[in-house]
Design a protein around this ligand. Structure first.
Ligand SMILES: [Fe+2]
Length: 504
């Protein structure tokens, strides 16, 4: 979230290099010291990833098995790790069974093995249930990645959706819960971006979640550094090297938007506003959020989708977040009218075109999953939140869909930003009154959310996890439900969590 930048500057202090707690190589599996990962599942395929400690070109064997002891290997092959991709390798394993859990590993010619990863394919046909965990904004300097470890331990989470700011291009100089003693520099080259991704993989909790779950990821501004022209291309290259993503458009790597079909239950549509917002006009003087090509693609996907649910993975808040001069005074954020003119609220007319399409075409069951804001929001989507004739704030009637934002894994929220604790409830209270479609908000915790999807309903749960120490603590905060065909959150959902299966 850009607003907090102003509040984050402190003088740089240098000291001797050392790693903070939890930051180390997985030396037991050398040269695969950065672990393994899987991503971008389809019904028949999944991408597997690893990186070897930089050396000479290395021939690796990959194996995929239906059992963790590799007595039932279903596929294997070889691949070379080279300096061209910074000794990262990815293989798109094809011809797999749908809705199946696989085990995978890599080995050198000298029979040194990586840790065993778990990868999952998507179901097809009549799908009764899926559970996603949504995360975003993971600054390795701001705090410990305990939340990643908690998700890795959950057997009930099928896939992880990372909504961006997976890495941070620069350190948080005010949020120093976990800094190496020497400040890392702001990323300014391909080498810097590769070093940044590599440093992140020294975090054992991040490695664990990459190992245990199959990820679907998009970038946000800190992964791509769009504020600094000329750096984006190199950042994008490193992102694709280090994350297991099936590049949707090889000729145009900047086009990361893509769709995942989860049988007849849900379409998961991952969009990217970051690289496109405000660059093209859909009419003279009217700026587009997504760019014309992606805009058309999204609208086609929404109209053609025959699944029960349309889940949209979205970087920055879509729903209106109106601010006020008082909030600006208390927090230093926003322009006194909206909290972030850089998100969809800065493009209200283009957003309304999307809302109009959803309403006119009677597209039901749109659930937007959003990152960036670092705090928890449960919101009804409506273009007229303050018009009592068109939207009922007490019941939610009149809304055309729903949105959720996930709290950050570690990056600064309103409390970390140094806003006096006494102000935060006041800010939250004013914000909630200005925004009657914000069904529930919470501005001070870190963690993740889960989305449990069945044909009848989606249940969202907020899980909060400390960041200032290594801990196994987590607390369930709230749950909300949206029922199929209803298009707004239920106000009085019983807030007990769904059973947590910890089979991992
Ligand atoms: Fe962020």
């Amino acid at each position: 979230m850009r607003f907090f930048y102003l509040m984050m500057f402190l003088p740089v202090v240098a000291a001797a290099q050392s790693y903070p707690p939890g930051i180390f190589e997985d030396t037991a599996h050398a040269p695969f010291v950065y672990g393994v990962a899987s991503g971008d599942p389809t019904a028949q395929s999944v991408i597997i990833w690893t990186k070897v400690r930089p050396s000479e070109d290395t021939i690796l064997v990959w194996q995929v098995s239906t059992d963790s002891l590799f007595t039932k290997i279903v596929q294997e092959g070889s691949i070379i790790a080279t300096s061209i991709s910074d000794y990262c390798v990815q293989h798109d394993v094809q011809g797999l069974q749908t809705n199946t859990t696989y085990y995978y590993r890599f080995a050198t010619e000298k029979k040194k093995f990586s840790v065993v990863g778990i990868a999952k394919t998507l179901p097809i046909g009549d799908v009764k249930h899926i559970k996603l965990a949504a995360v975003s904004c993971s600054s390795i300097w701001a705090g410990h990645f305990n939340a990643y470890r908690r998700i890795a331990e959950r057997g009930d989470v099928d896939f992880v959706i990372h909504l961006g700011d997976y890495v941070y291009d620069y350190p948080d100089r005010k949020q120093l819960n976990r800094m190496p003693s020497e400040y890392p520099k702001d990323c300014a080259s391909l080498t810097d971006w590769r070093e940044r991704h590599t440093y992140y993989l020294l975090d054992a909790d991040l490695r664990k979640l990459r190992q245990q779950k199959t990820w679907i990821t998009i970038w946000d501004n800190h992964d791509t550094d769009v504020e600094e022209p000329g750096k984006t291309e190199e950042a994008i290259q490193a992102f694709y090297e280090y994350l297991p993503i099936r590049m949707p458009d090889i000729a145009h790597p900047e086009n990361i938007y893509r769709k995942f079909s989860i049988g007849n239950l849900a379409d998961l549509i991952m969009i990217d506003m970051l690289l496109f917002r405000g660059k093209e006009e859909y009419a003279p003087g009217k700026k587009s959020v997504l760019g014309l090509k992606q805009d058309e693609w999204l609208k086609t996907e929404l109209q053609n989708s025959t699944a029960t649910w349309r889940l949209i993975g979205n970087q920055e808040m879509m729903t209106d977040w109106l601010s006020s001069p008082t909030i600006k005074k208390l927090t230093g954020q926003g322009d006194g009218r909206v909290m972030d003119p850089g998100n969809w609220s800065g493009y209200p007319e283009d957003r309304q075109r999307l809302y109009d399409l959803i309403e006119m075409k009677k597209i039901n069951n749109v659930v937007v999953l959003t990152g960036d804001v670092h705090m928890s929001f449960v919101m009804d989507m409506t273009g007229t939140p303050r018009n009592r004739e068109r939207y009922n704030r007490k019941t939610g009637e009149g809304a055309i869909g729903v949105e959720l934002t996930t709290p950050s894994i570690s990056r600064v929220n309103m409390r970390d930003a140094g806003i006096p604790g006494g102000f935060i409830p006041a800010v939250q209270d004013i914000s909630n009154r200005l925004n009657p479609h914000h069904v529930w908000t919470h501005f001070t915790e870190h963690g993740y959310l889960t989305l449990d999807v069945t044909p009848e309903r989606c249940i969202a749960e907020f899980w909060y996890v400390p960041i200032n120490k290594v801990t196994s603590e987590q607390k369930f905060k709230r749950g909300y439900v949206v029922k199929s065909g209803v298009n707004h959150w239920e106000r009085d959902y019983n807030t007990k969590p769904l059973p947590v299966n910890s089979k991992n």
